[in-house]
Design a protein around this ligand. Sequence first.
Ligand code: HEC
Length: 133
Amino acid sequence: MSRFSLGVGLLAVAAGVLAATPAALNERLAAYRASGAGEPSTNRGAELWTRRVPSPEGAPRSCASCHGTDPRQPGRHATTGKAIEPLASSAQSDRFSDPEKVEKWFKRNCTWTWGRECTAQEKGDFLAYLSRL
Ligand code: HEC
């Protein structure tokens, strides 16, 4: 293989990795729209991120309880104390590249944090915020 074709091959691999996240993200946003959500809003996502909701034990919970107020920084799990990698895709490039993972954690985290599942609109707002930080 010539040095040139090796270079082209590596570039193609790099482009594939970079393209993976936006494609999966756009697929999620299209799915939310299909289930009735309007345009996703970065500002609303930022507001929702720190919205504090009383828990059954009384202490208010928010997404920041585990992921921190700045999602570009690592977080710490509120109950287990385990470290959590940053959630912002600018800090952690493989975020939101697996739709099943995204939905699994939305379901689990919204239920723990707010006592209910997030709506399609809220999920779109979160992803807009977390992918544009
Ligand atoms: C009790 C702790 C906790 C809270 C509170 C929490 N999360 Fe998480 N979240 C986690 C853990 C643990 C993971 C999985 C580990 C990882 O992906 O680093 C995760 C993963 C995620 C993922 C998947 C990311 C990916 O790579 O696809 C999303 C999306 C997410 N959280 C959103 C939220 C939102 C939105 C809120 C607030 C409604 C929230 N989380 C509140 C602990 C929490």
